[in-house]
Each structure stands twice: as C-alpha cells, then as structure tokens.
Design a protein around this ligand. Structure first.
Ligand code: EPZ
Length: 429
C-alpha cells in the first residue's frame, strides 16, 4: 500500500495547475446515459473515482475512449473522455460496484428516465456518515417512479418513463438535486425543484445538459425549472475547475507560508472559504489565469467557521481548514453541520501535537506553536489531505498511510506540491 512521506518546514513558491472538478466529472459521466449520442467531456481529472465510474458505466453499455496527455511536468492537462451509451444493455448497478463508489448510485435517475426501470444497490454508509438516499427516492417517486427496496437494492419502475412534477426537498442534498435534474431532463412535462442544492458542480451539469438540448431555468438558484425533452443529443463540455482542490492548496500555502499561483482556480467558486482564509492573514488575489495565494511571515489568525451548503463554507474543506487552525495564534471553533461523523482527522492531527477538543458537532482548536511529524493514518479523502497540510507544517518527518484515499480525489498531489518546493514523496508498495 502506498505511503506519502513529508518533511515539513518548506515554504511553497511558484505555481501549480488546478484539475477539473471530481464532483462535476462524476455526474457529467453519468449524464452520458441520457442520450444515445456521443458526449465529449474535456478537462476530466485523472482520478481513481473517475476511472472506476467509467468502468461501472461500461456495465450499462457506455463505450468510452480517453485522450490524455501531460502538457508538462506541472502543466497537467485534464483527460478528454468520449462517451457513448448507444444502447443501455443492463439497468442493474451491482453492490460490489456501488459500495466502492457511492456516486455510482446516481445512475438511478438516468436509467429510469431512459429505460423506465433500474435496479441499483443501496450504497450503504461510509466513514463520514450513514449517507442515506431517501431524498433521491423522494425525487424519483415525485417524477412518477414506483420504488421498492429488495435485498439491499432499489428496484425502480417508471412505465412510460418519468413525468414532470414539483419536487420540494426538505433539506439540501447535492446528490438528490443531481438525480432530480437528470431525471427531469427526459421526463414528460415540466419539473420544478425547490430547495435545490446550488453547488457550482450542479450548475456545471445543468450547463452541459442545456448543450445536450435540455431546457433548464434558475441555474445557480435554489429553484430549478426544467421542461422535459423526448431525447437529448450529444455535446462537448469542459469540466469546471475543482474548487475543493483549489481551496486545499490555498490552505496549504497559508499553512507553510509562501507565494503560489493556483492556475485555473476561480475565486467565485469558493468565495466563502477564501474570505475566511483571508481573515487568517493570508492574501488571496485574482490573476489573469487563476488565484495568487501568499502568506509571508506573520501569524495565522484564529477564525471560526461553520460548514453549510453552497454558498456557505464547504464541508469538503473543513478538515483542511482545521489543519491550518492547529497552528493559529489562538483558539477557533469549527462546526460541521452537514455530516455526522466528519472529524476523523482530529485524532490523527492530535498525533502531530494538535490540541483539539470535540463536543457534538463542533471542534475547538487551540493553536499550538509547533507540530511534530509522526506516522498517521488517512481515513477518508478530505481527512487525508488535512494530514498532508499538517505534515507540511510539522517539524520533521510525517508518514501518511493508506493514501489510496487521496488518489480518489487529488490528481498527482505530491507532484504538484513538490513542484512548489514541498519535501513530499510517494513510497510505493
Ligand atoms: C456530495 O455528496 C459530494 N460528493 C460530497 O463530497 C460533499 O461532501 C457533499 O455533496 C456535500 O457538499 C459528490 O459530489 C460526489 P448530500 P452527497 O446529499 O451528494 C443528507 C467528497 O469528499 N442526505 O449533499 O452524498 C446527507 O446524509 C465528497 O468529494 C439525506 O439525508 O451529499 C448529508 O447529511 C464527500 N438524504 C446531507 O444530506 C439523502 O437522500 C448532505 O448530503 C441524501 C443526503
């Protein structure tokens, strides 16, 4: 199993490329199921989760080819995927696949919309929480599907396809909003989605669906209005930059001190997180090609944050921000309101000398003068990268085990960081 070795204390200088967004690429690949034409996706990040989803989609009958090249050692270009679901050959998404990649549960809506039936394994829980799918099923029922649960599978039928309707989500859900959007795009009649998630990745998928012929209003707001179409065509779409990767690297620069340009990053995609970062004493400025992040000397001011659905502070940056706060000049409180168990990084950060107290959905972080490198364990995607940030700040050597979590969501992380002066390397085997 690969490990990552970090020797802390290096400032980060230079520039690094931000890849296409994992959490847009996944639903965009799934959108291929909505049409028998070819969907071309550019700037697709080279990630384990994306490759696995492409293999899962092949089960359903999606053919795909990939053009990928690395422009230069640090000018990574995304890959271009050409995907075609000419015929759906299988409407079952098996447990062994869905349990490995939760987002593959999202094939439910397009399979129902296109084929009138689907049998999709319930994804089960994961490290950060129980991850229910009741809101996905609520949306499908509202669009006219009959839903049964049988032996751990969702068995869904929609004779004659889905019918447009009003869907009112009692709470904001990114995945359920994707499901409602993909289902409504091919439903008969109009669908209105109330309390829709507003994440930039939802907007990116909606923009791609419009290129495919979908009729969608209200993009970026919490009310989406979709006129269903009989069929959708192929299109070409470029995946938007990954705001979570950008926020992660911005926090890494704040943590080590330095001056780095994040090529391709856009401030508006994560403004709440960057506004909080600026309050810690980090400069973040927009450039022609991305974001410049600087912290030269000066202390890290303690700032308290609370995770919220977009446009609030992203839960996917909570662990990274906590790592930064472990070296702040005072005490901060970080509240996680989205997931019930997203503090697994706390114990690992404590191994490096962080002082963090947990109480319910909040963590009180008392900044310390120094962290000391030690062996730590990655537990989930974003928790593992918070350990990288802590390792970059710590004195001495930090060894991070189980880095396969990292590879799910960060493309060539150690290459991008070592390109900016970090002492970080991957030990394979
Ligand atoms: C998406 O997960 C992201 N994954 C997550 O990123 C992200 O943390 C999350 O949205 C919140 O922003 C992808 O985009 C692939 P939700 P999703 O439905 O859709 C509850 C990462 O690290 N809920 O918005 O699963 C749920 O339990 C991953 O890239 C229900 O109650 O998240 C949670 O408390 C981690 N019923 C809250 O809603 C449902 O049917 C928000 O979950 C669905 C969700």
């Amino acid at each position: 199993m690969d490990r990552i070795k970090i020797t802390g204390g290096q400032r980060l200088e230079g520039s690094l490329p931000i890849s296409g967004a994992k959490n847009a690429a996944l639903p965009l690949l799934i959108a291929t199921l909505l049409t028998s034409d070819r969907l071309t996706l550019k700037n697709v990040p080279n990630l384990a989760d994306v490759a696995l989803l492409a293999r899962i989609l092949r089960n359903h009958g999606v053919d795909h080819s990939i053009e990928g090249k690395r422009a230069s050692p640090n000018g990574l270009m995304g890959e271009t995927y050409h995907l075609t679901a000419r015929d759906i050959v299988d409407t079952t998404a098996p447990y062994e696949m869905v349990s490995r990649m939760r987002a593959s549960f999202w094939v439910l809506a397009p399979l129902l919309a296109r084929c009138g039936q689907a049998r999709v394994s319930l994804p089960g829980g994961c490290a950060i929480g129980t991850r229910p799918v009741d809101l996905h099923l609520l949306a499908m029922k509202q669009l006219g599907a009959e839903i049964d649960i049988d032996a751990g599978y969702v068995v869904a039928r929609a004779k004659g396809g889905l019918r447009g309707n009003r869907i009112v989500f009692p709470k904001v859900s990114v995945g359920a909003t994707h499901a409602a959007l993909l289902g409504a795009a091919l439903a008969r009649g109009e669908t209105v989605i109330d309390n829709a998630a507003r994440e930039p990745e939802i907007c990116d998928v909606a923009h791609c669906l419009i290129k495919m012929g979908a009729l969608i209003d209200g993009i970026g707001t919490s009310t989406l209005r979709i006129q269903g179409r009989d069929r959708l065509e192929g299109a070409t779409h470029t995946v938007l930059p990954d705001r979570i990767e950008a926020g992660t690297f911005a926090m890494a620069v704040a943590a080590t001190g330095g001056d780095v340009v994040l090529e391709g990053a856009r401030y508006a995609l994560l403004d709440t997180a960057l506004d909080a970062l600026k309050k810690t004493g980090t400069e973040v400025t927009e450039t022609e090609t991305g974001l410049r992040v600087r912290r030269n000397g000066g202390s890290i001011e303690p700032i308290s944050v609370e995770t919220q659905p977009f446009p609030g502070f992203p839960t996917d940056l909570q662990a990274q921000f906590m790592a930064l706060m472990t070296r702040a000049s005072g005490t901060s409180v970080i509240r996680e309101t989205i997931f019930e168990n997203r503090f697994m990084h706390v114990q690992e950060l404590a191994r490096l000398g962080a002082e963090i107290q947990l109480h319910g959905d909040s963590a009180t972080v008392k900044g310390v003068k120094r962290l000391t490198g030690a062996p730590v364990m990655a537990t989930d995607l974003r928790a593992s990268v918070s350990l990288v940030i802590a390792g970059l700040m710590a004195d001495g050597e930090t060894m991070i085990n189980r880095v396969y979590h990292l590879d799910r969501g960060f493309e060539r992380l150690e290459e991008k960081l070592s390109g900016c002066g970090a002492q970080i390397e991957r030990l394979t085997g």
